[in-house]
Design a protein around this ligand. Structure first.
Ligand SMILES: NC(=O)c1ccc[n+]([C@@H]2O[C@H](COP(=O)([O-])OP(=O)(O)OC[C@H]3O[C@@H](n4cnc5c(N)ncnc54)[C@H](OP(=O)(O)O)[C@@H]3O)[C@@H](O)[C@H]2O)c1
Length: 352
């Protein structure tokens, strides 16, 4: 009997010691348009400030494709193999000893901080500071579509631009992931909002509250708009240049698609050489902006659970609604990436 008890104890201890594995989409090496590998990785081990979350849905972003292609190698310092994926929604399984705001069973969502991403997986350990309660009125799929684009729009329009009621704001690519959220946030802040989109998405942009919708297949926004306080650019260098012409003196041009500037390099803690490189890359647009009496800033969004909690309130009040284009099953993550990379998604692409 005693022997049997000891055997059972040893068996249970060795079960606890045994590393458990979860399914995940792994980036084995940086490669342009390379497929992610569905494999197994050890379950994450939460630190004291971490919350272990069972992921029920993950949003996709062009950032995933850019990281996979190696475009952010110098900036983000993630070394393959690692799990890709920058946002998720799910249920808390366990909390670290110092966690105070969350408990097992809570439904949460997050954009985990750089260096600790990996939402195309069954589990993730997220720093408590990056996490917020999931909006109660949203499904897991809808909630997973929000953190990265919601925080991007918040940091651009609230933090950097400090948009005030009555101001005029141009949001480029109004039917995309960032655009669909940013139009609604700018309207909530009391701005008059213009956006650019193709003919097929004019109705969507209007339904999100845009006051002026410019069909870029028919009109050039530069000839239609003037006197704007803020432009949020997510498109190419030509659009960035032309955006200067619609701003009024003192206006702000904020770009999330580059070029990066020195202030960004400093915030990222990059070395002197890289700071000079970033300064050089943005020299043209900065001097053009200066000549016109407007400012230029590059924004690279950051994880922020407090801001995400404020976004939760906006979603729960109905001020902002999620726009999800397609939901793919977990196993079809590579198909979901390919769909996103067509550049034609209306709102967000999610895996579940
Ligand atoms: N720096 C940051 O922190 C940050 C954060 C988020 C995103 N980003 C970057 O911002 C960009 C946009 O991200 P996203 O998630 O919004 O992308 P997305 O959802 O993949 O964008 C797709 C949308 O872009 C629209 N679009 C394409 N070309 C357009 C044009 N010339 N004019 C107007 N609309 C156009 C498409 O609409 P049509 O089919 O109607 O053309 C489509 O609905 C990406 O480069 C991303 O990497 C940066």
């Amino acid at each position: 009997m005693a022997r049997r008890m000891i055997a059972l104890l040893i068996e249970s201890q060795s079960k606890q010691d045994r590393t458990r594995f979860m399914k995940a989409f792994i980036l084995d090496r940086y490669k342009k348009s390379g497929a992610l590998r569905l494999g197994e990785m050890p379950d994450p081990k939460p630190r004291d400030n971490d919350v272990l979350v069972s992921i029920q849905a993950a949003g996709l972003n062009p950032l995933d494709a850019k990281v996979r292609d190696g475009e952010f190698k110098l900036l983000l310092r993630d070394r393959p193999p690692f799990i890709l994926g920058h946002e998720m929604a799910g249920t808390v399984v366990r909390v670290g000893s110092k966690v105070v705001r969350f408990k097992p069973g809570d439904q949460v969502y997050a954009r985990p901080r750089d260096g600790r991403v990996g939402t195309f997986a069954e589990l993730i350990a997220v720093d408590e500071a990056d996490l917020a309660l999931k909006p109660k009125n949203l499904s897991m799929e809808e909630a997973a579509s929000i953190p990265l684009v919601g925080l991007t729009a918040w940091q651009a329009l609230v933090e950097v631009a400090n948009v005030q009621p009555g101001q005029k704001v141009l949001i480029h690519a109004g039917s995309g992931g960032v655009g669909t959220f940013a139009i609604q946030l700018a309207k909530h802040l009391g701005a008059t909002v213009a956006t650019t989109t193709s003919t097929a998405n004019v109705a969507l942009a209007k339904s999100l509250g845009a006051d002026v919708v410019i069909d870029y297949r028919k009109d050039d926004f530069e000839n239609v708009l003037s006197g704007y306080d803020v432009v949020l650019n997510s498109l190419d260098a030509r659009t960035l240049d032309k955006s200067l012409n619609v701003l009024k003196p003192g206006g702000r041009l904020i770009s999330i698609s580059g070029p990066p500037d020195m202030a960004f390099a400093k915030r990222q803690g990059l070395n002197w050489v890289l700071r000079q490189v970033m300064g050089f890359l943005s020299r043209g647009i900065r001097s053009k902006a200066e000549r016109r009496g407007v400012s230029y800033a590059f924004l690279f969004m950051r994880a922020n659970g407090e801001q995400l909690a404020q976004i939760t309130s906006l979603l729960e009040s109905g001020a902002i609604r999620p726009v999800v284009d397609r939901v793919f099953p977990f196993g079809a993550a590579n198909d979901a990436m390919a769909y996103l990379e067509t550049g034609r998604a209306r709102g967000k692409v999610v895996i579940t």
